[in-house]
Design a protein around this ligand. Structure first.
Ligand code: ADP
Ligand code: MG
Length: 623
């Protein structure tokens, strides 16, 4: 559409503000204009950190001669027609303010030629006034030269920093756009020397090598699908029709590469750089337990959502956006990064001391026979469960439906022969035989005799399993007992966690937690699952929130399982507690009644079995 002056009513609805703070902001505006003009080659030249000169040359559409002067008027734009367009912005610019603002505080020379016109136009402005206009030859595209920025605005000139500092800001802007637009070739020249160049291959990895170097790039994992990497504007139509319209692409560092702060987390939404604490938190969260506290990842994350899903008209320069569904974007980013990390990290070696039997995922369900004695490779690179919450839920569900409870699952012995201790044993099947309690070891393990050998039962893990199955059963019936606290307990959380808890209050209510916002980041806990009535509520809640922070926030069942696991862990008998004979007996009876007695809710074993045959062998009684 031709350049036109926006009507006052529309101007009033556009978030206004100063966009020209320093040379880097001029570079940003000019580069954005070049991108909006469809350029594939953008050259940025600066002298003295942009204080003396900034020149941006592009091979984009150019400006028609008849409109060139108008482009420098306030609120003159070709990118916005009506208020309706505000709801769905497809370009980086739309306010029609940048050229006018820049021209008013500098000397600007514009040489432009529209692709459809035979010749070009040269315009010269001084302090915002047009002082020269002539015809000039050039190839299609635009060159904007901004000289002596703020020369006549001493108040602002005073705030400019050293050439080095201003240069650094410009470098930051140019490299970020280069990362977000790998198909555009960017060249940055400082004082006559090329200081950065991207090749415009369309491959983000190539740009990463230019920005961070080959070594660092080798330690980064691709996030999402490269198919999502074309120019975002081309995809908007397609994306708008998708059911899950959020796409995430980029690169994120493996845990071997980190940084002292969040400044190396680069986020773009629809090709627009954003500084969004929540979004960068989503990236950080994906690294839960993978990075040391106080260390942050290096990441470039490009998020695409249909333009109608995001409000970019929040602040002219601060790079803020508002999502219609911020939670969905948050978890899409977190999930994509987490997935990339899991897919690209070598899982830790399985424990080897005492071979453990396959966890209960393999023990039940006719399709999941344990053909190997190896623990399944651990997918979550945390110390946490090989079984994700949702899997555990599904599994329990399947076990119930198919009656796997009683049906023993045959296990082949082929793979067990190499294991010195684990033999074909009664433990490979689902149910426990009746056990005779012998005593307690190290105040942590129950010793019991079975028909074919010795059982060492981890009292804490066993109790966790018992509680877990009990809670699951109650929850499935919708009858998880909740109990009001005599005195509601206030719990204050860090702002970022508070946001998370706020979003999960409904889910927690279904599990028996009654939690109300109490101003700021403080919440009032009024009721807890009955099992927890004696527990330290504040600590418990903090742990639960920490659990919610890790991993996938997508599946409600997964979150529920995580919370219930935490409840079990907290309420189960601790190691180090002396148990009476009756207590041990009760616990073992409860365990025998469990559907999956051999593992705790986190997938770790509840017991170790040493067969009589093995014992005889160790004593040299067997061949
Ligand atoms: P906005 O980008 O918000 O529209 P600007 O003041 O940055 O406002 O630019 C005003 C208009 O000038 C743009 O809408 C566009 O039509 C034109 N323009 C500016 N820079 C370029 C460029 N490099 N190539 C083509 N057209 C441009
Ligand atoms: Mg602009």
């Amino acid at each position: 559409m031709p350049i036109h002056i926006l009507p006052d009513a529309l101007v009033a609805r556009i978030a206004a503000g100063e966009v020209v703070e320093r040379p880097a902001s001029v570079v940003k505006e000019l580069v954005e204009n070049a991108i909006d003009a469809g350029a594939t080659d953008i050259r940025i030249e600066c002298a003295e950190g942009g204080k003396r000169l900034i020149r941006v040359t592009d091979n984009g559409s150019g400006i028609p001669a008849a409109e060139a002067a108008l482009a420098f008027a306030h609120h003159a734009t070709s990118k916005l027609a009506s208020a309706d367009d505000l709801a769905e912005i497809h370009t980086l610019g739309f306010r029609g303010e940048a050229l006018a603002s820049i021209a008013s505080v500098s000397q600007v020379t514009c040489i432009t030629r529209h692709a459809d016109e035979a010749g070009g136009t040269l315009l010269r402005f001084d302090g915002g006034r047009l002082i020269a206009q002539e015809r000039i030859g050039r190839t299609p595209g635009t060159t904007m030269t901004v000289e002596h920025l703020f020369a006549r605005v001493p108040a602002r000139l005073k705030f400019l920093k050293s050439t080095q500092t201003e240069r650094g800001h410009i470098d930051g802007i140019v490299t970020r756009y280069a990362l977000a637009y790998p198909h555009i070739r960017f060249t940055l020249v400082h004082d006559g020397r090329v200081s950065f160049q991207s090749l415009g291959t369309g491959n983000l990895r190539d740009v990463l090598v230019e920005v961070y170097g080959a070594d660092a790039t080798a330690q980064m994992a691709e996030v999402g699908d490269a198919g999502q990497m074309s120019d975002w504007r081309l995809e908007i139509e397609a994306i708008s029709n998708l059911q899950s319209p959020i796409s995430v692409y980029g690169y994120a560092s493996l845990p071997t590469l980190d940084h002292a702060n969040r400044s190396k987390i680069t986020l773009f939404v629809n090709g627009r750089p954003v500084q969004d604490a929540k979004l960068s938190y989503a990236v950080v969260q994906a690294y839960h337990t993978l990075l040391m506290t106080g260390r942050y990842p290096v990441a470039v994350i490009l998020v695409r959502v249909p333009p109608a899903e995001v409000d970019v008209n929040v602040h002219p320069a601060k790079a803020e956006v508002r999502f219609r569904d911020a939670d969905a974007v948050f978890s899409a980013v977190q999930r994509a990064v987490r997935r990339a990390l899991l897919d690209n990290m070598t899982p830790p070696a399985p424990p080897s001391l005492l071979r453990q039997w396959p966890n209960d995922r393999q023990e039940s369900g006719a399709t999941a026979l344990a053909a190997t004695d190896e623990r399944p490779s651990i997918v979550e690179p945390t110390a946490q469960p090989p079984l994700t919450g949702s899997e555990a839920w599904e599994r329990v569900g399947i076990a119930r439906q198919t009656g796997a409870l009683g049906g023993r699952v045959p296990v082949t012995d082929a793979a067990t022969s190499s294991a010195p201790i684990t033999q074909p044993s009664p433990l490979r099947t689902q149910n426990l035989p009746a056990l005779r309690i012998l005593g307690q070891l190290a105040e942590s393990y129950i010793l019991a005799e079975g028909p074919e050998g010795l059982y060492l039962i981890d009292q804490h893990a066993a109790h966790e399993r018992v509680l877990w199955e009990r809670l699951l059963a109650q929850h499935e019936l919708g009858a998880l007992p909740s109990q009001h606290l005599l005195d509601p307990v206030p719990v204050t959380l860090p702002a970022e966690s508070a946001y998370l808890l706020e979003g999960q209050r409904d889910m927690l209510r279904d599990l028996g937690f009654e939690i109300e916002p109490f101003g700021g980041n403080t919440f009032l806990v009024r009721a807890v699952p009955a099992l927890m009535i004696q527990d330290d509520t504040a600590t418990a809640l903090r742990e639960i929130v920490a659990d919610l922070e890790m991993g996938d926030a997508a599946l409600r069942k997964d979150l529920e399982a995580r919370v219930l696991r935490r409840v079990c862990k907290r309420m189960a008998i601790k190691a180090g507690r002396v148990l009476s004979f009756a207590e041990m007996q009760a616990l073992v009876r409860d365990l025998e009644a469990c559907e999956s007695p051999r593992t705790c809710p986190h997938g770790r074993p509840t017991m170790i079995y040493v067969g009589l045959k093995q014992i005889e062998k160790e004593f040299g009684r067997l061949g």
